[in-house]
Design a protein around this ligand. Structure first.
Ligand code: HEC
Length: 130
C-alpha cells in the first residue's frame, strides 16, 4: 500500500541513498521516541539530513498533502514550493520551523512534536533551497 503511494512521489534525493535514509528514519521513529528524539548523527552531517528529510517527506505525505498537495502545489492551503510558493519569503529556516510548529496542520495546530515539526520543515525548506 505504501509502495503504491511511494510511486506517486517524485524521487528527488538520489535512489541509492533513499533506502538507507528510510531505514535511518524508521529506526529514529522506532527507537528514538523517548530517549533520543533526534537522529544520532551530528546535526550537520549528511546522514542526519538524509534521515530528517526522509522523515519529513513521510510526515508531509500523511499530514500536509490534503491541503497543500502531493507536490506542494497548494489546494486549500497555499503552494509550499514551486512557482506560486511564497515560502521562500521566510528569511531563514528557524521562522519556518516555528510557523509550522505553531500553526500547522491548520486543522490541528500545535499537534506536531518539535522533532516532527523540524523534519517536515526541513523537507519544505529543502524544496525552496535545493
Ligand atoms: C487543513 C488544511 C491544512 C493542513 C492539513 C496543513 N496546512 Fe499549511 N496552511 C494551510 C492554510 C489555509 C495556510 C495559509 C494560512 C496561514 O498562513 O496561516 C497554510 C500555510 C502554510 C505555510 C505558510 C505558507 C506561506 O507561503 O506563508 C506553511 C509553510 C505550511 N502551511 C506548512 C504546512 C505543513 C508542513 C503541513 C503539514 C504538517 C501543513 N501545512 C498542513 C492549510 C493547511
Amino acid at each position: 500500500m505504501s509502495a503504491d503511494r511511494g510511486q506517486t512521489v517524485p524521487m528527488r534525493y538520489g535512489q541509492p541513498t533513499t533506502t538507507i535514509a528510510l531505514c535511518a528514519a524508521a529506526l529514529t521513529i522506532i527507537c528514538g521516541c523517548g530517549l533520543a528524539p533526534r537522529p544520532s548523527a551530528a546535526p550537520e552531517s549528511p546522514t542526519y539530513k538524509a534521515a530528517l528529510l526522509a522523515q519529513g517527506r513521510q510526515i508531509f505525505s500523511t499530514t500536509c498533502t490534503v491541503c497543500h498537495g502531493q507536490n506542494g502545489q497548494g489546494i486549500s492551503g497555499p503552494a509550499l514550493w514551486g512557482e506560486d510558493s511564497a515560502v521562500s519569503d521566510f528569511p531563514s529556516f528557524s521562522p519556518l520551523e516555528t510557523f509550522i510548529q505553531d500553526n500547522m496542520p491548520a486543522s490541528n495546530p500545535g499537534s506536531l512534536s518539535p522533532t516532527r515539526a523540524e523534519a517536515v520543515a526541513s523537507f519544505v525548506w529543502h524544496h525552496n533551497h535545493p
